[in-house]
Design a protein around this ligand. Structure first.
Ligand SMILES: Cc1cc2nc3c(=O)[nH]c(=O)nc-3n(C[C@H](O)[C@H](O)[C@H](O)COP(=O)(O)O)c2cc1C
Length: 370
């Protein structure tokens, strides 16, 4: 048994996020599983998949990235949407299943921008600047070869994207009954394309220094907050690495991180979800601070969710000690949908053998039962 597996572990203590009671510090990270209908409607299969994590003891789940509009947001074929009532009602069945098992669930709203590789609504892509993305399309999500060169967004495109997030957030709360909203600002998708120096070469108000490049994310946070009201937990996911550039570091280093976290502290965000390859590591250079520590320092009132390699109990506890409020598990939750029981010392963890993600990352039969 893991030496850290005691019932008193801080990962098993309860907390609250904007009045939402969470039984422990363990959440499931957002994971795209492309298992919706062709119309983007979530399925019964997805409800069983999500409910399993709540039955396994995770107090909070974040959905896979959901497309918020039927214009340029959809990124992958068979990705679920939250852009019409039928899709929202499909999500309600999932939310109800998670609630019935005692869990809470946030919707992750995601716009793919230049990384859209399977959007039935548009044959072209849009981005802050007309630059072909680095890397190759994701094969496990039906992609192949280089990404398309996107069209540079004009003001009308920017306004449409912001409105899409806000309308989708309204459906998420009012129709589907989600407990909160996570804006996907990470991993190389549209908001991260605006945030990243080498993908955003704009000279207008949406480009420039790191504070200006965060501007679209802040505009989306403001629009979502106005749409859902003051009571709903709203936050944003940020990363350094991207699906098409996993070694990227914020060029402005710790000084840039200070600007980002202070801006989030002054924004309507309640939480920030930070994902790194290894969440406990110095963010920029040896001996420096982790993103979690920097967020805690510059945004003391923000609820911090930490993700990245935290399926090791000692690491999870270390990151909570460094100031995170909650940890999120991706691969660890796929391999162990009842990971909270491992944290309680009730059994050994299964290794991260993720055969369910290949050749295509859709939900497999073996994942439907605990
Ligand atoms: C199959 C799969 C799908 C993912 N899809 C998403 C996604 O839709 N949105 C997102 O923000 N991150 C996504 N991620 C990243 C995870 O949320 C997480 O950051 C990553 O797995 C690292 O955490 P871990 O070390 O706990 O696995 C995905 C990861 C995996 C393995």
């Amino acid at each position: 048994m893991n030496a850290h597996s005691t019932v008193t572990s801080p990962v098993l203590t309860g907390t609250t996020l904007k009045g939402l009671t969470l039984a422990n510090r363990l959440s499931v990270a957002p994971m795209t599983r492309i298992s919706a209908t062709i119309a983007g409607v979530p399925t019964e299969r997805m409800a069983r998949y999500y409910q399993r994590f709540a039955k396994g003891g995770f107090s909070l789940l974040t959905t896979e990235g959901i497309y918020p509009d039927k214009a340029y947001a959809q990124t992958y074929k068979d990705q679920p949407g939250l852009a019409d009532r039928e899709q929202a009602e499909g999500w309600k069945r999932i939310v109800d299943a998670v609630h019935a098992a005692g869990g809470r669930i946030f919707a992750q709203l995601m716009h793919g921008g230049a990384l859209a590789q399977g959007n039935p609504f548009r044959s072209d892509t849009i981005a802050p600047s007309a630059l072909r993305p680095r890397g190759q399309q994701m094969v496990s999500y039906y992609g192949a070869g280089l990404y398309a060169v996107p069209r540079e967004m004009d003001e009308a495109d920017v306004a449409e994207a912001i409105l899409g997030f806000a309308q989708s957030a309204t459906l998420a709360i009012e129709v589907a009954g989600f407990d909160g909203i996570e804006i996907h600002g990470a991993n190389g998708y549209l908001l991260d394309q605006f945030f990243t120096d080498y993908t955003n070469r704009r000279q207008d108000r949406w480009g420039g220094d790191i504070g200006k490049r965060l501007g679209l994310s802040l505009a989306v946070l403001n629009a979502v907050r106005s749409a859902v009201g003051d009571a709903v937990p709203v936050g944003i996911r940020l990363s350094q690495g991207k699906v098409n550039d996993n070694k990227h570091k914020w060029t402005e280093g710790e000084e840039g991180a200070a600007i980002v976290f202070k801006a989030l502290a002054a924004s309507p965000a309640d939480f920030v979800h930070l994902t790194e390859f290894e969440a406990w590591q110095p963010a920029f250079s040896a001996g420096g601070r982790s993103l979690v520590t920097l967020a805690r320092q510059h945004a003391p009132d923000l609820f911090v969710i930490a993700n990245g390699g935290l399926h090791d109990m000692a690491r999870a506890e270390q990151v909570l000690q460094a100031g995170a409020d909650m940890i999120a598990l991706g691969r660890g939750a796929l391999a162990n949908p009842d990971w909270p029981r491992i944290a309680a010392g009730k059994r050994e963890a299964r290794p991260l053998e993720l055969e369910m993600l290949s050749p295509i990352s859709d939900i497999k039969d073996g994942e439907l039962q605990l």
